[in-house]
Design a protein around this ligand. Sequence first.
Ligand code: GDP
Ligand code: MG
Length: 223
Amino acid sequence: MSAERVEVREKVLSANDQIAAEVRDQLAGHRVFTINLISSPGSGKTMLLERTVDLLKGSLRLGVVAGDVQTRNDAERLERHGIPVRAIETGGGCHLNARQVSESLASLDLAQTDLLFIENVGNLVCPSSFDLGESLKVVLMSVTEGEDKPLKYPAAFRRASVLVLTKVDLVPHLEFSTETAIDNALSVNPDLRVFATSSYTGEGLELWTEWLSEEVSACKRDS
Ligand SMILES: Nc1nc2c(ncn2[C@@H]2O[C@H](COP(=O)(O)OP(=O)(O)O)[C@@H](O)[C@H]2O)c(=O)[nH]1
Ligand SMILES: [Mg+2]
């Protein structure tokens, strides 16, 4: 990258970081635990959210900000589950930025929200560089993507606190080693908490939603 391009990129990132810090303060003020979901397109982010919302909406007040390059499809899928959802269409952008999230939050009732999910644009590279003011990042990886994705796209795995391995129901049909995939992810980031899930069979979703509930409680206690 040329020196000029590096300078422009750094300016964009620092402007984003400033807005992200404001978003983080705003969310902390309302004690909203916020998750930024990152993965390649089709890894199962929206379906995981649909299942998660069904399991948690009786006990927690939920909200979703759903980003995509184009269409409101994901937002519409999630709205059917009876929770507040805001869609962001980036119109070509390969990631969400903090300003877009900040604008979406303006029309959400944060005082009535315990847990907010941000579904980032499907992309394993760009979203990991842009802080959105979230409490933490969760990276998803489906078993159909191959075990080496953490090695090829390390930044997303390094910056995440949690890895959700998705579509484990398909493992019997694939040449895929769950153990190797998880070892690869842990070699990039030994602190990753790992959940192996299937939104089709429900495997692993209880552990995932229990962990989310505990984090929400900790967020209320600590702030
Ligand atoms: N077999 C299987 N397919 C899944 C699972 N979760 C999602 N899918 C499928 O994967 C595709 C992409 O899912 P989607 O949630 O839209 O992914 P996103 O692009 O990351 O939001 C859809 O065809 C889903 O039916 C799963 O747990 N098992
Ligand atoms: Mg989606």
